[in-house]
Design a protein around this ligand. Sequence first.
Ligand code: ADP
Length: 448
Amino acid sequence: MFDKVLIANRGEIALRILRACKELGIGTVAVHSTADADAMHVRLADESVCIGPPEASKSYLNIGSILSACEISGADAVHPGYGFLAENARFADILQAHNIRFIGPSGEHIRLMGDKIAAKQTADRLGLPVVPGSGDGVETVEDARRVAADIGYPVLIKATAGGGGRGMKVAQSADGLEEAYRTARAEARAAFGNDQVYLEKFLGKPRHIEIQVMGDGQGGGVHLFERDCSLQRRHQKVFEEALSPALNPQQREAIGERVAHAVRELGYSGAGTIEFLYEDGEFYFIEMNTRIQVEHPVTEAITGIDLINEQIRVASGARLSFDQSDIEITGHAIECRINAEHPETFIPSPGRIDPYHPPGGLGIRVDSGVYAGYSIPPYYDSLIGKLIVHARTRTECLMRLRRALSEYVIGGINTTIPLFQALLDEPDIANGNYDIHWLEHYFERRNA
Ligand code: ADP
């Protein structure tokens, strides 16, 4: 096992990783920008190193500074969390070259899944169902027209290097294709420095269902069932639940088995998520995330498995500590992403929090690094905490969520808590009857 893990992240996930390390008896090194010197995980870590100014490009994304921090502290492993360098294959390779363990999959697997076309081709080869599409990069408008006619409109034009829902454009018909194609390429160039795009059939009302996986690269590979992340705003997840209200046990088992088989075939090591769109009883692979995800706690709630603990163990060379047959589901879990944003306009709301009172009681988990008197810096994303609620049934879970939200006090700033309270009054949410466009339609109705 490692002696000392450096946590190359900030916010709630840095604290989450720190907690897992402490429970494993591993020393912790926090790194932080000058804007994060007061962060909770910095206070709780055994050691901390300032790695640069507030801008992420000069601190949390600065590989040189992070390597120096490893050198100074003598850390023997790095946990990247999510975002920042978590899916940067070069970072994983550089650490390996310096004999520091990257807590995540191999650089090779990160690279493979980071290229969306290669990822889709791999998924197809591993026997996973994929969205019908170009299969390859589409280099000209003429090619785009041909492929679109072949798969049928509407089509979605997506960036090969895509992420975070950017660089995606829908063409409803042949008329709009050229403009959508050119805009998608321009956006992809601006966002990712790579303007290659590919085409996919645009699914009208799918759900986003993703399967949590773990592998040990030594023949072990399991799935930990699904999360339903269909409630999204601008392709960003807002509310996640496990299990999905849309699947029956047979569908669940069938897709889970296929995914676990794919993970073993790939020789994948660490935690990952295989994301699908699900429509009319069919799954369509869209991508694989080669990291821990924001919404991992809903899976932890229903399985009782500490995914970060397992990531660390596997990275240190251990085999998976459980088999597929050891994984049992208990009850239902829901996560709400609490953002420092206005609940209607979504304008970010950095500033000083006071008072602060998180909810508690049976089945409540709050993953957050904030505290009374903490000032949210304006430089990073607006996620300030996650409320995860677990109960025996989905109905109980919704009732408990309502109760928890009513207790949650975050003064001094705007948060998305009122949005979740409003959503709980919607019959479609109560019934689990929503797809990936539901939330956008809800906002249109509300603003009409
Ligand atoms: P990113 O890496 O940018 O997050 P994804 O491929 O994971 O991109 O897609 C993000 C979201 O975009 C999905 O959750 C879904 O809401 C929507 N989406 C992606 N592909 C399709 C598709 N073929 N049809 C309809 N919606 C899609």
